[in-house]
Design a protein around this ligand. Structure first.
Ligand SMILES: Nc1ccn([C@@H]2O[C@H](COP(=O)(O)O)[C@@H](O)[C@H]2O)c(=O)n1
Ligand code: MG
Length: 346
């Protein structure tokens, strides 16, 4: 009964969580904690206490101490030095919801309202052909690259042929099963409140992406987007895609070619990067002034096959986690002034 009272439940649960991690020797050492080794240990436990989300079984880290050091450095610098660079599809949106795959921004366009039946089938066939290549753990990014260009080019050509109408897109998004990760709205809101810039860097379709976040009421002024944008003629019919094509494995080139957008973010040298593909790791390559970069990878699909490469590449790997709990906890830790105070006093 007592565990149903929230103000008792949270501290009790936290104390139990910490207690579970203590070995007998550690408990014995707890009393005279004066030497460096012991104080390091106390700091580590304090970290677990602050961010219990990082102790979950779905969270993996190759080098825990690097994560801790980077987060303390980011916390010390505070919200004013932070920017977030995030992928969109399957990173800010869920991978699956209620047992079904969540559509990507491209797949939201695969709607009878916008394209004919033949094209619907073709788009599905293209997805079934190229998506397995995109996530194939046995191929390196250079080997995947030509296939990605082929996939994006074929689909964009098909969409142009279908003469998609700008004024039907909001309805297509509304009718789709697009869904942001649990806790994603809180993440957007906290960033806006703290005036932390959020750069969404997506190889999806920018116009659809904007509509998804608008319909979720999180398109705040701190949000910047780099993506593939549609070019409509004067009657509102799709005639081309603007600029250089962005696909999953050329985000580095995309980052470097959007220098102007990234220059606006130069005052924020600490980067929290979120992605679901190894290609997303290059999204911060345009931030020449970066001091600390913490990378979080959502490993949604082919988990066992890709675990090793994700662990070798991202600082934190989240296994089949459909929530934003970990990014939210990291953000809280960095921006919380109370915690900053504790850190300064240490
Ligand atoms: N025709 C396509 C092309 C790509 N995709 C998926 O979209 C993802 C790209 O968007 P990000 O926000 O994640 O950069 C990519 O991972 C592809 O799987 C698609 O569904 N259809
Ligand atoms: Mg993605």
């Amino acid at each position: 009964m007592v565990f149903h009272i929230p103000w008792i439940y949270t501290p009790v649960r936290t104390i139990l969580a910490i207690w579970h991690q203590l070995t007998k020797t550690e408990v014995r050492n707890l009393v005279p904690f004066c030497n460096r080794k012991r104080s390091t240990w106390i700091v580590r436990r304090w970290f677990c206490f602050q961010i219990p989300e990082l102790t979950r079984v779905s969270v993996m880290m190759r080098e825990r101490s690097r994560v801790e050091d980077t987060m303390y450095a980011m916390q010390k610098a505070g919200a004013g030095s932070l920017q977030v660079i995030s992928d969109f599809d399957m990173t800010l949106t869920k991978f699956a919801h209620k047992g079904k795959r969540v559509p990507t921004t491209h797949n939201i366009l695969n709607n009878k309202l916008l394209i004919d039946d033949d094209s619907t089938v073709k788009m599905k066939e293209l997805f079934n052909t190229y998506y397995p290549i995109e996530i194939d753990a046995s191929l390196n990014p250079e080997e995947k690259l030509p296939y990605m260009v082929e996939w994006w080019t074929k689909v964009h050509d098909l969409l142009i042929q279908q003469r998609i109408r700008k004024d039907e897109m909001a309805r297509a998004v509304r009718e789709s099963n697009a869904v942001l990760r649990e806790g994603c709205s809180a993440f957007f809101d906290c960033l806006a409140e703290q005036r932390v810039p959020l750069l969404i860097f997506s190889a999806g379709v920018g116009d659809i992406l904007e509509e998804v976040i608008r319909q979720n009421h999180v398109f705040h002024p701190n949000v910047h987007i780099i993506s593939n944008y549609m070019d409509f003629d004067h009657t509102g019919v799709l005639q081309a895609f603007k600029g250089q094509l962005i696909h999953s494995y050329n985000k580095r080139a995309g980052a470097l070619s959007h220098g102007a957008t990234l220059r606006e973010l130069h005052g924020q040298p600490n980067v929290l990067l979120l992605g679901d593909s190894l290609g997303d790791l290059s999204m911060a390559d345009g931030v020449s002034t970066a001091q600390n970069i913490l990378t979080v990878g959502f490993l949604n699909d082919q988990v066992e096959e890709r675990k090793e490469s994700f662990l070798n590449s991202f600082d934190i790997v989240l296994l089949r986690d459909e929530t934003m709990d970990v990014p939210n906890a990291i953000l809280r830790f960095i921006v919380s002034s109370e915690i900053s105070k504790v850190h300064r006093e240490k």
